[in-house]
Each structure stands twice: as C-alpha cells, then as structure tokens.
Design a protein around this ligand. Structure first.
Ligand code: FHN
Length: 576
C-alpha cells in the first residue's frame, strides 16, 4: 500500500461531501472547442479534445487557436445554474487538458487563456465565485503527464512511435523537469488562486513513477488538506478510484469509485457529434451507478463561444426534474445490499431506508426475496402521502423472506419510479444468491469463489466486476445458490468476448461448449464496454434447496489477449 500523506480518518473526512454528492458535472472546455472536430475542412476522427494529436497538428499551428479564442457568451452563473438544476453537487472543469493550454491565469506559463487570448478573463475565477454562491464544489481537471505543448510533457507527436499517439512516451529526465517547471507550479496556482477546491482530477498518468504520483498527491494535500485527489494521479495513491471512461461496473464495488461519462461520444465539443444518449439511458446509468456506490461525473463540452450545447442542457434539465422528486434515493446513499442486479431495476440504501428504483415497472404485484428487516412503511417518492400496502412473510422450510407490494398499475415516472421502504431497524438482507420470483437465477462473477486450476494463475475480479487475467485453462468460478421453482432453464454466460471453451456444471448436469455469441447485451452499460450473451444449452432443475454451479475454462482463445472476461452466469426459465 502507498505511503499516505494523511491518516485514513483524514481521508474519510475529505471524502464525506463527495460520498454525499453522488452526481457531478464534468466540463471539457479548451481551445479544441474552436475546430470542434474539423481541421482545415477535414473531419478528424476521435474525441474533440484530442484533435491536436489525432489531426497531427503542429504546435505553432495549434497555438494560433489561442488568438481566436474569445468565448464572449461564457457566463459562469449560467453553467453553475445548470449544474444545480440538474441536481449535480460538484463541477470538475479542465483547467489544463492534454493540449497543454491553461484555461486559467497561470503566472508560470504564458500559454493560458488570460495572457494568450483576446478574452483576457479568467473563467476559473468566475466559476469559483459562482460555485461558491451556489454551494457547489469546484474541482479542477489537470492533465499531469500528457502535455503536447510544454517541453518534457508526455505524448508529443515527435516523441511518439511512428507519430502515433497510442504510446505517449517521454524521456524520464525531461518529464521530471516538466513536472517541476509546469505541473507542480500550475497545480499550486490552482490551489492558491481560487479558494477551497473540492478535488484535483488528474488524468492519464502515462509513465509517471510512483514517487512522482505520491509527490503530486502530497502537494495537493499540503496546500489544501481537504482537497481530494482522484485515482488517475497514478499507482492507486489517490483518495478514491476512477473507473474507465463510461465504465459501468457489473456489481457492487468495494471502496470509493467514480465513473466519468459522456452525454454523446466526445468530451470536448465536436459539432458533428449528435449521438446524444436518451434521458432514459442517462437516468438508468445514474441509478445503476448509485446502486453500486459509484459517483456519476457527467460531461458537457461547451462551444468556443462558451455555450453549453442545447441537447446537453435539455438532458440535464430532464435529469434535474427527476432528481427534484427522487434525489433522496441517490444523494448520500450506499450500494445495494442485495448480492445481484435485478431485471426490474436497482436498489440503494441509506440508514434505515431502502430505495427500489424501477427502470421497468412490474405492474400491480411485486415481490422481492431476501429482505430480513421489518418494513414499517412503503411510499412512492412521487406520491409520498399515500402509503403502499405490503405483506412480509417468511417460509421457514426454505428460509425464504418475501416482501410483497401492491403497487399502482402504472409507474409514477416515465423513466424510473422510486419506492421507498422505511424499515424498523437497520438494513438486513439474506446475502445468498436466490432464485428470483420470476424464476431467474443470476450468478455474478464477483460473487463466485475463484479456484486456480493445476498450475494456472487464478483470474481476479477487476474493478469493473468482471473476471480479468483469465488467460490459462483450468481455473474455475464456483457458486452456491438457493433454488425453489423447478423447471427447464437456458444457461447463458455473459462475457466480453466469445470463442473460449468452457464447462458449466449445475448440480450434476454438465454442459461443455465453445462460446458463440447468441446476442449482444442490450443493457445501457454495454454501450462502450461490450458484453455478449452466449447460450450454452439447457438444464432441468428439480426439487428445491441449495445447489452448486461452476464455470471452468477448458481452452482460451489464443487470439484474445484479454482472456475470458465473465460478468455473470444466468439460468433463465425457458418460458421467460
Ligand atoms: O484522454 C482523456 C480524454 O480526453 C478525457 O479527458 C477523458 C475523461 O475521463 N480522460 C482521458 C481518457 O481516459
């Protein structure tokens, strides 16, 4: 473990507001908003803020953008007002992205918005004031390693193999110099010019050493002891972990995590990216992440005039309308106590309360298994005055706790309706894997016992909740589950890729197959992190009680260096 500049108590205190917040606004704004994805009439593939790299634009040409950058429509109060209306509690803005241009007054480097553009204003100062007034935490994104402009910054075109940015390298000595001359002085400026800063959001550590990551983290904590440092400072020495861009983990993840996410397919403004996510999906992702204890940092990419695009505004306002009614199920909540995800939606918890967030309305009768705590009162957050009738039973033979709700026939919200369960005591659930009321059995990889085969390195569960490093045959995942409704079941395995040969045992029944994709998963979480459904065959379950299931890798696809990535094994009743 990293030597830490602060005690775990300090770290916990520092994280308190961030855990409460759950939802923040990311802003990618810089010179790249001017070309907006098009350079000299040519559409440059990739992210808007990467146009310098992807378009191989020479530094002197890119620098010229500064002379035209004049965002006269920028209004800090409007941006902060939008974040507030959306229900967001913090804003993280690109103070300096990989292009090396500082969007703040930077006495140590003239390549900044105040000194080098006709705008001459410091948007960070204006945002700091507006955030302070609105009670929103201001946080700064700072690209600590990649800097395609400053000497010694990583990722400059001429220093990358074959002009390709996929391996942004830099000589260690020059990089050390860059850290001392540019990165540290600028981070110091950010932490001394704008009052309290919520978080420094580092990104793409590239080849930074562990000592260098520690030095940056310690610098932040020394200047502002309450300021958080995200995981992308490098070497896992931050205050919390950053999941991948747009990454939605499969299940509950231990520790504190955040997912940065886009509204379309870019961070920095691209005028031809119209692939906006529907509000329904955005709310699904917000709810899905909250149910796993993960913060959602949702991005906007303002134009070079300083305007947040209308499709972004509309979506954030729609989320805000939902948050105004249902925010209680998100803010300050913790991950679902249940051991797997449900088909009908997600669960969050806070103190003596459970929130059931329905992304699919079940209709009038709804059952959930496994809740041991006594329920006192049930309401819909959208209609708090009317209580919902409920019954709780416990089948002693099968040790099955059942809560049944008499819900209205129609949902209370077009996207996600929230039912609040007020409990008599603390949350207590049966953590066993249970067959669901509709007969479905879900066995997530992160809930399995992992066995290493003879001589094989065991796979691990990555932060995204899938198996990782499963590149040798022999190892297996093992589950025990409770089953009570017999029948014939389709055996589905959800993986990142197919073509691996596996064996699945359910009780005494054995299925062997080379994985062949039957369908792409249609979950919004698989938009960027593909998940495929492989059909392995069928099994018959008779009787009821505890059963074992296992998944063993027999042969791994040698073409697939990532190995076998499994999210879950599912037994789906044939009639479903
Ligand atoms: O390269 C950057 C990218 O431009 C963007 O800033 C995202 C946001 O998380 N981070 C990096 C890639 O992971």
């Amino acid at each position: 473990m990293a030597s830490c500049s602060s005690s775990s108590k300090q770290k916990k205190d520092r994280l308190a507001w961030w855990r409460e917040a759950r939802f923040g606004m990311f802003i990618h704004w810089g010179l790249y908003a001017l070309p907006a994805g098009i350079w000299k009439g040519r559409e440059i593939e990739g992210l808007g803020e990467w146009i310098m790299r992807n378009g191989k634009i020479p530094i002197p040409e890119y620098e010229q953008l500064a002379k035209q950058f004049n965002p006269v429509k920028f209004n800090a109060e409007e941006w902060v007002g939008l974040a507030k209306r959306a229900g967001m509690k913090y804003i993280g803005i690109t103070a300096k992205h990989h292009d090396g241009f500082a969007m703040f007054r930077s006495p140590c480097n003239p390549y900044n918005i105040v000194a080098a553009t006709p705008f001459h204003r410091d948007p960070m100062k204006e945002l700091a004031e507006a955030c302070h007034k609105a009670g929103i935490r201001l946080c700064f994104y700072y690209s600590q390693a990649q800097d395609w402009h400053a000497p010694g910054g990583a990722g400059k075109i001429e220093e990358c193999e074959g002009g390709s940015w996929s391996k942004p390298t830099v000589a260690p000595e020059a990089f050390g110099h860059y850290l001392e001359e540019i990165a540290k002085p600028q981070i110091t400026e950010l932490l001394t010019q704008y009052g309290p800063v919520g978080l420094i959001w580092f990104d793409t550590p590239v080849a930074i050493t562990r000592d260098q990551s520690l030095a940056l983290r310690d610098l932040v904590h020394r200047l502002q002891p309450d300021c958080l440092v995200n995981g992308r400072v490098g070497h896992d020495v931050g205050d919390y972990g950053s999941l991948g861009d747009n990454q939605i983990p499969v299940g509950r993840v231990a520790g504190d995590w955040e997912t940065p996410a886009t509204l379309n397919d870019t961070w920095g403004y691209r005028k031809n990216d119209h692939n906006w996510k529907p509000v329904k999906n955005l709310l699904y992702l917000l709810v899905d992440l909250a149910s796993k204890g993960v913060n959602y940092l949702l991005n906007v990419g303002p134009t070079a005039e300083g305007v947040i695009p209308t499709p972004s505004v509309e979506r954030l306002e729609a989320i805000g309308r939902w948050m105004a009614v249902n925010g209680e199920a998100i803010y300050g909540t913790q991950a679902s106590p249940f051991p797997c995800e449900f088909e009908w939606g997600r669960v969050t918890q806070k103190d003596k309360t459970l929130f059931l967030l329905f992304t699919r309305w079940p209709g009038k009768t709804f059952q959930i298994y496994g809740l041991r705590s006594k329920v006192k009162r049930v309401v819909l957050l959208a209609a708090r005055a009317a209580t919902i009738p409920f019954r709780q039973t416990h089948d002693k033979n099968q040790d099955r706790h059942v809560l049944e709700l008499d819900l209205p026939a129609a949902p209370s919200d077009e996207y996600v309706s929230v039912v609040k369960l007020e409990l008599a005591g603390k949350v207590d659930v049966d953590e066993s894997l249970l067959q669901q009321p509709d007969g479905l059995i879900v066995l997530p990889a992160y809930r399995a016992i992992i066995h290493s085969g003879a001589g094989a390195e065991p796979p691990v569960i990555g932060s995204g909740g899938m198996t990782e490093r499963w590149t040798k045959p022999g190892a297996s995942l093992d589950w025990t589950f409770k089953q009570w409704s017999p029948g014939r079941f389709r055996v589905e395995l959800l993986t990142r890729t197919s073509d691996h040969e596996v064996e699945v045992k359910i009780g005494k029944q054995v299925l062997r197959a080379v994985l062949v994709k039957a369908a792409d998963s249609n979950s919004p979480r698989s938009q960027y992190f593909k998940e495929v459904i492989n059909l392995l065959g069928t099994v018959e379950l008779t009787g009821s009680g505890s059963l074992n299931a296992s998944l063993t890798a027999l042969a791994l696809n040698p073409q697939d260096s990532g190995g076998l990535k499994v999210s879950e094994l599912r037994l789906v009743p044939e009639q479903k």
